[in-house]
Design a binder for this molecule. Structure first.
Ligand code: ZN
Length: 194
């Protein structure tokens, strides 16, 4: 008998195609989750495979010093994010919409990697490149907040909010609520791009 999972399979998209199997030779991926209602995003990483270590008995009945390592597929097909912020928001969607909750979310794979340190690096690189700590958008039209927008509101009347729910990068660099620091960071970011 085939066990049927009650968990929802996540429609992970990679290069506009649905990814349903672990790609050959791949160990991990970097993803971007978007709430299509609020426009808010989150960038994180996940492993395709997981390693479990288990103690085992030797032929003489004693426990071996080394543990047996088993590699199997991780829960990535059903995984939504390790971020508590995202988990809470997804729970909220599930409460309101039940089985239709996926309508409010998009799951995109940005980068697939064959080793885990490369996966860490690509996550870090994408978080920096996409300005996850400082990018701000309008709550109504999702337009990017320009440095020149001094007013508290977007032209359309919406308010400014952080585009990404990522609160930190590598638990070392944090989001700022300080307007002066935000502007200073934005100036240097734009200068670096030129
Ligand atoms: Zn707007």
């Amino acid at each position: 008998m085939v066990a049927v999972s009650k968990k929802t399979m996540i429609p992970w998209m990679y290069k506009n195609e649905l990814l349903v199997e672990t790609p050959k030779g791949a160990l991990g991926f970097v993803y971007e989750i978007t709430n299509v209602i609020t426009g808010k995003k989150y960038i994180g990483k996940k492993n395709f495979l997981s390693k479990t270590k288990k103690a085992f008995k030797k032929l003489d009945g004693t426990i071996a010093k080394n543990k047996k390592v088993t590699i199997k597929e991780s829960n990535w097909k059903y995984y939504t994010s390790s971020s508590n912020v995202i988990a809470d928001k997804i729970d909220d969607s599930k409460t309101r919409l039940g089985g239709e909750w996926l309508l409010e979310w998009e799951f995109e794979i940005l980068s697939i990697n064959s080793n885990l340190s490369e996966n860490n690096y690509q996550e870090l690189r994408l978080q920096v490149m996409k300005d996850t700590l400082d990018a701000q958008m309008c709550t109504l039209c999702f337009g990017e907040r320009e440095l020149s927008s001094n007013s508290d509101n977007c032209k359309c009347g919406g308010e400014w909010t952080h585009r990404y729910d990522n609160g930190n990068i590598d638990r070392v660099y944090y989001k700022t609520a300080d307007e002066v620091l935000w502007k200073a960071r934005k100036v240097s970011f734009l200068e670096m791009l030129n």
